[in-house]
Design a binder for this molecule. Sequence first.
Ligand SMILES: CC(C)(COP(=O)(O)OP(=O)(O)OC[C@H]1O[C@@H](n2cnc3c(N)ncnc32)[C@H](O)[C@@H]1OP(=O)(O)O)[C@@H](O)C(=O)NCCC(=O)NCCS
Length: 165
Amino acid sequence: METRFEQVAVRRATEADVEAIQRVLAANAADTSLFQQSSGRIRRNLDDFVVAVEAGQQVGCAALQRHTRTNAEILAVAVDPYAHGRGVGAMLVRACMTEAGIAGATFVWLATEKPDYFARFGFRRMSKWRLPLRVVLHKLWLVFEQPASRWLPALYGRHTFMRLP
Ligand SMILES: CC(C)(COP(=O)(O)OP(=O)(O)OC[C@H]1O[C@@H](n2cnc3c(N)ncnc32)[C@H](O)[C@@H]1OP(=O)(O)O)[C@@H](O)C(=O)NCCC(=O)NCCS
């Protein structure tokens, strides 16, 4: 899978991208809706990730996590702040949507504090209770993998759950 837009290409992540993914997530740490991930967690789930690369430099990342055969979540969408507003985020989201389609996922969703951004791609608001309980509990577990200073913002942040119709 490779999508091109000007000089930026989106491709599957490899072991060599782990540190860069962690760096891009950390560069956007001010955004409380973006979960930070340890290099171990990124490495364990590397098959889920895509990266956006410009001139040999990783400038963005995103992941598609398959919770069940048909249920897939788009997460960890982040672009290096210096590259914001150039369509890189859109390339990453679309790459994940394409991947979800290829994988046969029929329930493609995400949780965000930027619903207007994701509405651009056709995502619509939904109740989180549409998700299997095990998936909601998994999200809750991830909150507590964050540094303690992020627990409250993550728990009480205004996350909007959205899915593709
Ligand atoms: C959200 C994010 C991935 C967008 O990536 P990006 O490459 O900057 O975005 P794009 O270039 O694809 O899109 C830019 C467009 O989206 C709009 N946009 C950006 N943030 C927005 C928001 N919060 N709400 C609505 N629209 C937004 C811009 O105004 C711009 O509009 P235009 O095309 O009409 O000029 C990026 O800002 C980011 O990494 N943010 C921090 C991490 C984060 O919040 N991730 C999402 C967690 S769920």
